[in-house]
Design a protein around this ligand. Structure first.
Ligand code: CUA
Length: 343
């Protein structure tokens, strides 16, 4: 068998480090895109925050390099005198920091003001409450006061582009933190206190959010999605939320509907228009339309949902949902299929 020839010796090394550097940079930067990235903004807040981050990063890098160059110069300077030492100390040690830090402070004040006033007259108010380990979501109907019953959902927010949205965030048990890096900065969710986050989405898409404050064993599995729709699509979506859910005609789905009540799911969950009205657990009225399952822990489909119902404690130990592993396989699949049919 003929062996392959030895590789010939490279005569020039120049392109190799360059290619390596470029592909390395490409590899690193490819992590900056996607549904959960503060470096790939899809909203006003995230864009403003990113711009400020670049000012700080580039400014800090330039100052660091300049100071390092000065240090080298000082060490290598001939004699025991550093030329113009007094001017450098006064200029670089006092004047420059005072001027730059004051400018940065004013910039931050203006930025904070822009971020707060983005939704002075919000088109939509959503209350989000953090639980261990899921998110309760209530849309206040336009023009409705806080006392009127809201449209309820869980683990996914739907908002329109181009319309200012006000989020009122709180927590039911421990401190959580609401963070959708592609759309806005973090906001703490504190029990007994309501924090306000105003945001303006600019690009339609599906974005991922994550609890950003350690809140117990399943903190890492406390995620959610924000679905940003064009305004007309959003209006149609909101109008469709008024349709009550009824017992389906399809025999498999009807079996799933019945199983929901015989298994006692209504003790914790609500489904709009049915006798299930409990607010202990996530509202399931549009379960099938959500991107994620169990607060963004898994992709949402009939298979994962059936697995979740049967093994919730195995998949996310310590969460409040018991494993319902007493159903026969067909009933379990019918239950999952019915829940996934809710859009
Ligand atoms: Cu909720 Cu971490």
């Amino acid at each position: 068998m003929a062996l392959p020839p030895w590789p010939t010796r490279r005569t020039s090394l120049a392109p190799v480090p360059l290619l390596g550097l470029l592909s390395g940079a490409g590899f690193l930067l490819s992590g900056c895109e996607g549904a959960q990235s503060a470096l790939d903004p899809a909203g006003f807040n995230a864009r403003e925050i990113l711009f400020t981050s670049w000012i700080l990063f580039i400014g800090g890098a330039v100052i660091f390099l300049f100071v390092m160059a000065l240090a080298v110069w000082a060490v290598l300077a001939k004699g025991d005198r550093f030329p113009g030492a007094r001017a450098w100390v006064i200029g670089g040690g006092i004047l420059f920091p005072v001027v730059t830090l004051t400018a940065l402070l004013l910039h931050e004040f203006a930025l904070a003001r822009r971020l707060v006033t983005v939704a002075e007259t919000p088109a939509l108010t959503i209350e989000v409450t953090g639980y261990m380990w899921w998110w309760d979501v209530r849309y206040r109907r336009p023009g409705a006061g806080p006392e009127e019953p809201a449209l309820r959902s869980a683990n996914e927010l739907v908002i329109p582009t181009g319309r200012p949205v006000e989020l009122l965030v709180g927590a039911a048990d421990v401190i959580h933190s609401f963070w959708v890096p592609s759309l806005a900065g973090k906001m703490d969710m504190i029990p007994g206190h309501v924090n306000r986050l105003a945001l303006l989405a600019e690009k339609p898409g599906l974005y991922r959010g994550q609890c950003a404050e350690y809140c117990g064993a399943q903190h890492a599995l406390m995620a959610f999605h924000v679905r940003v729709l064009e305004p007309e699509e959003f209006d149609a979506w909101l109008a469709a939320r008024n349709r009550p859910v009824t017992r389906p005609e399809d025999p498999v789905l009807a079996r799933g509907y019945d199983a929901f009540f015989t298994q006692g799911c209504q003790s914790c969950h609500a489904v709009r228009g049915t006798p299930a009205v409990s607010t202990l657990g996530p509202d399931l009225s549009d379960m099938g339309a959500r991107a994620g399952l169990a607060a963004g822990s898994f992709e949402n489909n009939v298979g994962t949902l059936a697995g979740w119902i049967a093994s919730a404690q195995h998949l996310k130990p310590g969460n409040r949902m018991p494993s319902f592993n007493v159903m026969d396989g067909e009933t379990l699949r019918a239950l999952a299929a019915w829940l996934e049919s809710l859009k």
